[in-house]
Design a protein around this ligand. Structure first.
Ligand code: SD4
Length: 322
């Protein structure tokens, strides 16, 4: 039995997981054993398992992050990633994703429709083209040429939610605890190489054509194999305007711990942006295996798989309280 099941079994039912979450403070910069995988939100537990399957067999961090986030992309019950994602205001499911490896290679797709696993298309962009990002119709054309199949991404559940939204069509580009859930994943493999992946259907009921931070290298994800990696979730415009993931990594390069780097990047948003009612969460993994996580407001959970244990944790936040 895999260890996620073991973890859930030994702790009772899945619904107890929020109970078990704990706040973690910045740890000292000690060197942790690899492999390690960390990912955003509660579904990170499941995604980490799929990544761990690769890492524990000696597989690469790159294969691990792709494998990990694909599980969530392919889950029709998840309304914020891949198939089943909530559509834009006009009823179209449009997906954003990017991936980055230990050599500084990067691939990305934005405003991609009809393809269940945008992360794998992003990887193809990285490996099969001289470019970093393909968008919209061109990204779809490329995906089809690469053998991906066209799929209807709008599930009944997502369509009903959208139809209910159209009754008011209140356009409030606010991301709070309930309607966000990009999966960002960072992994270090047995040879201590880093990679990361980030994938989302973006802000629910967004304007048609809107693209968020998740496919933007440096905003939603950044990997620097010398220093560490970071990913972001929440209201993408705030990370785009502060180049959040790159900023976190750059703070680590300047000597901050993974935790302090996430806190400093949130501080940058708080000091320079209007963040009222909005959430942003940063997750970082440094080259020594230290993990950092910090958000604007409470509620940002993340899953850490390390030393054979996969646990859900709660990030500390700038705004305190419930
Ligand atoms: C976006 N950052 O499109 C994404 C949404 C998100 O957790 O992260 N949700 O702005």
């Amino acid at each position: 039995m895999n260890s996620r099941r073991t973890f859930i079994k030994t702790t009772g039912v899945l619904s107890l997981i929020p109970w078990l979450t704990k706040r973690v403070k910045a740890k000292s910069n000690q060197i942790y054993e690899a492999p390690i995988v960390v990912s955003t939100w509660n579904f990170g537990i499941e995604a980490n398992e799929a990544a761990w399957d690769v890492l524990s067999e000696g597989g690469s961090a790159l294969d691990a992050v792709e494998n990990g986030v694909r599980i969530i992309e392919s889950d029709p019950e998840e309304t914020s990633v891949g198939i089943g994602g909530l559509p834009d205001r006009d009823g179209h499911v449009t997906l954003d994703a990017c991936i980055m490896d230990d050599k500084g290679n990067a691939g990305s797709v934005s405003y991609l429709q009809h393809i269940e696993n945008p992360i794998s298309v992003a990887r193809k962009v990285m490996e099969e083209t001289p470019h970093v990002m393909l968008s919209g119709q061109g990204a779809l054309q490329f995906a089809l040429e690469q053998g991906f199949r066209k799929t209807n991404l709008l599930t009944d559940k997502a369509r009903k939610a959208w139809e209910a939204w159209t009754l008011t069509s209140e356009y409030k580009p606010i991301i709070n605890i309930e309607n966000h859930d990009t999966i960002g994943m960072l992994a270090m493999d047995q040879s201590r190489k880093l990679s990361g992946a980030c994938t989302t259907s973006g802000l629910a009921f967004k304007m048609h054509g809107r693209v968020g931070d998740s496919p933007i290298i440096g905003a939603g994800l950044f990997v620097d194999n010398e220093v560490g990696a970071a990913t972001a979730t929440g209201m993408g415009e705030l990370m785009m305007k502060t180049l959040g993931a790159f900023l976190v990594v750059e703070f680590m390069r300047q000597g901050k711990s993974a935790q302090a780097a996430c806190e400093a990047a949130i501080q940058r948003i708080v000091e320079t942006q209007d963040y009222e009612d909005m959430q942003v969460g940063y997750l970082a993994l440094d080259k020594q295996g230290n993990v950092g996580a910090y958000a604007i407001r409470p509620g940002f959970s993340y899953a850490l798989y390390q030393n054979g244990e996969n646990v859900l944790l709660q990030a500390d936040s700038y705004i305190k309280g419930k």
